[in-house]
Design a protein. Structure first.
Length: 602
């Protein structure tokens, strides 16, 4: 391949193969990330055929982690981090220390040197940011109490790994037989002090300066009225603060980007920042998993099968147990201990960085690096299964909830608002914008049970604080609709403006519940005709063409303004509709627009 096209070829090969194998994994009911990891093995140097550039793939993966951490910062403010410090600071530090000691002790039993053992132990002690965040997002737990604990735990672990990366070069001569051991111990002490001072200085800078300057700058850009400039400004904040953190303070790019997102979250612009600048993070996150697969040498399983199995057991079982136990001992609920502990049973990006640095310093061997990658690849899909088991067990353990009403769920009973298993014959409302909020108001006034599915976490959090059922996630994904208990719903109202998303949601809803009534918002006559032909028959719903409904409403008002009676205006406008209305109950929303909902079965 030409040198000029290596970057393009790496991206094309990585994303292309990941798409095919991710699609295959999804068809086999496996997490798509399993396909992404296998894609990395396929295009990696240890399998025949095309070999992608591993160096470029690693840099693209780092960019994905930076954007991922920036997105987390957008809805995890510094105040949230301070609020959970009592749990995450001692808990994460203890877990990292204990697990690292266990891993190092095992390596010594296997005959490894002290340097190699320390590197292996550190690799096992830290969880993957990318894996944990994807798991929380997929299960609508990122903005939950346990989600905040998990993210705070990650931040503390990342800071501890930053210190480890600073210290490894300093301690390398100690384990290489250097004669000036006393001098090196002094260097280690100075390195520890300098690393802690740099991290504290960076956090102080972001807290006292960044939280004022960054929102101020974005507000000035917004006034210019350029969407492109605002998107660039957000990316500059994420990458620029990450670069400053790395170059001036010795903090990782990803941790710097996290704090950049945290200071932006203090302003009202955070929602727009997420919508404009973060859609690309998913593509780069895929490249992260591909790059992990590229590091995997399948022969390590042949050479060290027992060691691979042991390391996977430590990562998946031991880390989950020790993390959950520490969280419970520190005063968190059994629910948080179970779910957060389960989500921490994996390793990822910092493990690979530590292993690579250990090899470059002569502390660790290539086989140790291969063992770390093998353990990560096995642990990541197993961790998803562990989280699913923990979630199912938690749902079965909880007592049944009463149907939703204003008196059934208190505003501070936040955990109940994540579980819709008790609902039946309810309405699933997709989207809570200007249209969705109006429909929700009508449903609430009518006393109809409903659950809102919305992607914007701040909207979801606000609804839950009011005691309303709300699910955060993309309704075009089966697992999100499953959490809304779509299989037992009577009606789904789709207010999403994107036609393809609307079609996908309708298809999933009808597949899960063949008798469900579908009401959907469309933006063209062709799209309305499509929905009416395939989904919204008179008996099973309605497709509303937004512009046509607005035109009919204006026509109705115009006729009334000219002196026609309300009945005459209704008759004229009614004759202009595309099809006759069904024998249904009608909710009046606004002045004249009818929203048709077939009567629920008694």
């Amino acid at each position: 391949m030409s040198h000029d096209t290596v970057l393009i070829g790496t991206i094309a090969a990585g994303i292309g193969v990941a798409f095919i194998l991710g699609l295959l994994a999804a068809r086999l009911s496996l997490p798509p990330l399993v396909g992404y990891l296998v894609a990395g093995i396929v295009v990696g140097p240890f399998t025949p055929g095309y070999v992608a550039d591993s160096g470029i793939a690693a840099q693209l993966a780092e960019l994905g982690v930076i954007l991922l951490m920036f997105g987390v910062g957008l809805h995890f403010s510094l105040g949230d981090l301070v609020a959970v410090r009592r749990i995450v600071v001692p808990g994460a530090l203890l877990q990292t220390t204990i697990t690292s000691a266990v891993g190092a002790g095992l390596a010594r039993l296997w005959g490894s040197s002290w340097g190699n053992s320390i590197v292996l132990g550190l690799c096992l002690g830290v969880a993957s940011t990318a894996v944990l965040l994807k798991a929380l997002e997929a299960r609508d737990r990122l903005d939950s109490p346990e989600g905040r604990v998990a993210v705070g735990w990650l931040v503390v672990e990342d800071v501890s790994m930053v210190l480890a990366l600073v210290l490894l070069p300093a301690i390398a001569p100690l384990f290489a037989g250097d004669s000036s051991s006393q001098l090196n111990i002094g260097v280690v002490a100075l390195s520890i002090g300098a690393a802690i001072a740099k991290v504290v200085a960076f956090v102080a800078l972001m807290f006292f300066v960044g939280r004022r300057f960054v929102p101020w700058l974005l507000a000035r850009v917004v006034k210019l009225g350029s969407r492109e400039l605002f998107t660039l400004a957000v990316l500059v904040m994420a990458l620029g603060v990450g670069t400053i953190a790395s170059e001036l303070f010795g903090v990782s790019f990803a941790l710097g980007a996290f704090f950049a997102g945290a200071v932006i979250s203090e302003s009202e612009l955070s929602r727009r920042a997420a919508a404009d600048a973060l859609p690309m993070q998913d593509a780069f996150a895929v490249l992260f998993f591909v790059s992990v697969g590229m590091l995997f040498d399948p022969m390590v399983i042949v050479r060290h099968p027992g060691q691979v199995v042991t390391l996977v057991a430590i990562v998946v079982v031991w880390k989950s147990l020790i993390s959950g136990t520490l969280i419970r001992l520190l005063g968190e609920s059994p629910r948080s201990a179970l779910l957060v502990g389960a989500s921490l049973g994996q390793i990822g990006e910092f493990s690979f960085v530590v292993a690579a640095l250990g090899v470059s310093l002569g502390l660790a061997t290539r086989d140790t690096q291969a063992l770390v990658v093998a353990a990560a690849i096995a642990a990541i899909p197993l961790n998803g299964a562990v989280i699913n088991l923990a979630s199912r067990w938690e749902r079965r353990r909880k007592p049944a909830l009463h149907p939703l009403s204003s008196s059934a769920v208190s505003a501070d009973d936040e955990t109940d608002l994540f579980d819709c298993a008790d609902l039946s014959g309810h309405v699933v409302l997709v989207g809570y914008g200007r249209v969705g909020s109006t429909v929700a108001e009508a449903l609430a006034k009518a006393g109809a049970q409903h659950v809102v599915v919305e992607e914007r976490e701040r909207i979801v959090e606000g609804l839950r604080r009011r005691g309303e059922r709300a699910i955060q996630g993309d309704a075009s994904r089966p697992d999100v609709l499953e959490r809304a208990n779509i299989a037992r719903a009577h009606l789904v109202v789709i207010t999403a403006p994107e036609p393809l998303r609307g079609r996908r949601i309708a298809e999933l809803a009808r597949a899960a519940n063949p008798g469900i009534v579908i009401a959907v918002r469309t933006h063209s006559a062709a799209e309305q005709a499509y929905f009416e032909e395939h989904f919204a028959t008179p008996a099973l719903g309605r497709a509303v063409y937004a512009e046509r409904e607005a035109a009919l409403s204006l026509a109705h008002y115009s006729l009334m303004a000219l002196g026609r009676s309300d009945d005459d205006s209704d008759m004229i406008v009614g004759s202009m509709r595309d099809r006759p209305t069904a024998a249904t109950e009608t909710f009046k929303i606004g002045m004249t627009t009818d929203f048709q909902v077939p009567a629920a079965p008694h």
